[in-house]
Design a protein around this ligand. Structure first.
Ligand SMILES: NC(=O)c1ccc[n+]([C@@H]2O[C@H](COP(=O)([O-])OP(=O)(O)OC[C@H]3O[C@@H](n4cnc5c(N)ncnc54)[C@H](OP(=O)(O)O)[C@@H]3O)[C@@H](O)[C@H]2O)c1
Length: 245
């Protein structure tokens, strides 16, 4: 039985991906910062572990406790919607620590065991903001675009070792906890003249014609993990698929 370790499973795309792989027979290590609040029922094939991707000790301990893993999904992420001019620099650093350096650190820590076995898959969850410019998300887009380039380069050096590195690019998911998982108030990062500029964008986000669901991402991760064609990009969600089409 294969084992998948997923970061950021307390809600949203990570939680649904954990449920999806568990339902389809995988051994799942669902990691999150506070496992005591896990919305998952542990079973002999589903284990929850504490993991903060910004903390090297936490990464080492989680990988030690997880044992051998066949697949790593770097899903943990935080966002920020607002004007760069008013975005707190500490928040921008936090975004890069989690989305960019957290993904890189997790990947680096998982490689040795995969290299030793000569197999493994690493899936990095980025965003459609990396495929087409999305306004008022410059820092977030930068953090995810770095992972697009990181993944494309790393895939070359790990392929000869039997390790595949792939991208899942979700579209806008209004039903996850993503927008709530920030202590930043919109009015603080969107004072005039940005507030007037942001109004139609916010209105569009409130009623998106196409969007991404948790199930869309879980299925795209499943597809990425099982694909053997050499494909490296897996857009997830109706809006993402429309964008690449
Ligand atoms: N929703 C969207 O519109 C959208 C669109 C494109 C891409 N994405 C990407 O999809 C991924 C999942 O987002 P989501 O929409 O499912 O949002 P979500 O519901 O907020 O889930 C994000 C997860 O990341 C975890 N996390 C945050 N910081 C962490 C850290 N330092 N260490 C470990 N875990 C941490 C959160 O856990 P805690 O409970 O510990 O906070 C949460 O479980 C993210 O990478 C996001 O950038 C989202």
């Amino acid at each position: 039985m294969k084992t998948i370790l997923i970061t950021g499973c307390s809600s949203g795309y990570g939680l649904e991906t954990a449920r999806h792989f568990h339902a389809l027979g995988w051994n799942v290590v669902a990691t999150m910062r506070r496992p005591s609040a896990a919305p998952l029922t542990a079973s002999d094939r589903l284990h929850t572990l504490a993991l903060d991707v910004t903390n090297p000790d936490s990464i080492a301990l989680a990988l030690e406790r997880a044992g051998p893993i066949d697949v790593l999904v770097n899903n943990a992420g935080i966002g920020l919607f607002g004007a760069l001019e008013h975005s707190p620099m500490q928040k921008i650093r936090d975004i890069f620590e989690t989305n960019t350096l957290g993904t890189i650190a997790m990947t680096q820590a998982a490689i040795p065991q995969m290299r030793a076995r000569g197999s493994g898959v690493i899936v990095n969850i980025t965003s459609t903001t990396t495929l087409a410019p999305f306004p008022l998300a410059a820092a977030y887009t930068g953090s995810k675009t770095a992972i697009q380039g990181f993944t494309r380069s790393l895939a070359h050096e790990l392929a000869p070792l039997g390790i595949a590195v792939k991208l899942v690019e979700p579209g806008y998911g209004p039903t996850t906890a993503f927008a709530q998982n920030t202590e930043i108030r919109l009015e603080d990062v969107l004072p005039e003249p940005y507030w007037s500029y942001a109004q139609p964008i916010l209105a569009g986000m409130a009623e998106p014609a196409l969007f991404t669901t948790e199930a869309d991402v879980a299925k795209a991760v499943w597809q990425a993990v099982h694909d053997e064609s050499g494909r490296s990009h897996f857009p997830a969600g109706a809006d993402a698929l429309a964008l690449v089409a």
